[in-house]
Design a binder for this molecule. Structure first.
Ligand SMILES: CSC[C@@H](O)[C@@H](O)C(=O)COP(=O)(O)O
Length: 327
């Protein structure tokens, strides 16, 4: 049910998203009619994942342009607020800039550009993940393959199809997947809530594991390849992705397991020479000091809660986009 629904779309003058805070308990859609509602949905991760945030950025500018018409200053101010809703995924600002560039043509051309961003997304991710699937088949001799992934880089992180999980869909169609290990992805559990839900829907054999068990799984020879998405890729190939990605890359390197990153070209920040310049979002202490809304740490406990980390290019076998290997 709901499997053909886009993660984020435009319908009857509003942005419609799959509410990712409700999954897997409930599949429900949210209608966002204002820029403020969209920004709030981005910040509480009701819509999330770098490519989906690119679409959200473009649609946010469309919402504003349709509301403010010829008031360029008002639309530019809204665009700036949307672009700053979260700092790490470069796609958010990319989507905003693409739509904003069409403002001189009027609100309808802004909306048309936002819709083009959405339409391109699935095509691009299918191609990027097909390229990565080919590379993995060439580099990993064991059949069928046992993959490990982190966070959610599935259709829920994009408008449709997905990036790292897109690789799984291609390989599963070809009968080449034995199983997928899905890191639960502390603290917000995108792995156990979202990736597991997608894998179950698609009928792919999987197990959820604590993030802290991933290095052991790699060391015990249970993983042929680690495949993840990205939030921002610097010009030298350093990769920012969900917190916990860097330790996976270290473990994979130590045990000679290929570590592959799959992303659309829009996730490359060509102006950034290396990963040192990437702003890593820090989120609220309560996400760590509570579990499911119940406090688990002593009252007043402080947390270190970065949402992302940076994996240096030297630990990455390949960054794969729709154009092939990057750079
Ligand atoms: C194709 S999604 C790639 C990344 O955006 C994904 O792995 C990730 O880190 C998402 O983080 P999130 O905080 O859930 O937005």
């Amino acid at each position: 049910m709901g499997s053909m629904q886009r993660t984020i779309d435009w319908a009857d003058g509003a942005v419609v998203i799959i509410d990712q805070t409700a999954l897997p308990r409930e599949f429900r859609l949210l209608r966002l009619e204002t820029v403020d509602e969209l920004i709030s949905a981005i910040q509480r991760l009701a819509v999330r994942g770098a490519p989906a945030l690119g679409a959200a950025g473009a649609l946010g500018v469309a919402l504003s342009a349709l509301r403010h018409g010829g008031d360029v200053g008002a639309v530019e101010a809204d665009a700036e607020r949307v672009a700053r809703a979260r700092p790490t995924a470069v796609n958010l600002g990319w989507g905003v800039r693409r739509a904003l560039a069409k403002l001189p043509g009027g609100p309808e051309s802004v909306l048309a550009e936002a819709k083009a961003v959405l339409d391109e997304d699935e095509r691009t991710n299918r191609q990027a993940s097909a390229n990565a699937a080919e590379l993995i088949l060439a580099r990993c001799p064991r059949r069928p393959l046992r993959l490990l992934t982190h966070c959610n880089a599935g259709r829920l992180a994009t408008v449709g199809w997905g990036t790292a999980l897109g690789v799984v869909w291609h390989l599963h169609e070809a009968g080449q997947i034995e199983y997928v290990l899905a890191d639960e992805t502390r603290p917000l559990l995108q792995g156990s809530r979202l990736t597991a839900w997608e894998l179950a829907e698609a009928g792919v054999p999987y197990r959820v594991l604590p993030d802290s068990a991933a290095a052991s799984a790699i060391a015990r020879g249970m993983v042929d390849c680690v495949v993840v998405g990205a939030d921002r890729i610097a010009a030298n190939g350093d990769v920012a992705n969900k917190i916990g990605t860097y330790p996976l890359a270290l473990a994979a390197d130590r045990h000679g397991v290929p570590f592959v990153v799959v992303a659309p070209q829009s996730t490359v920040d060509a102006e950034l020479p290396d990963g040192a310049g990437i702003v890593l979002e820090e989120r609220a202490d309560a996400e760590v000091t509570s579990a499911g809304g119940t406090p688990v740490a002593p009252a007043g406990a402080k947390a270190f809660n970065p949402a992302f980390d940076v994996t240096p290019a030297e630990l990455v076998l390949a960054v794969v986009t729709e154009h092939g290997r990057f750079p």
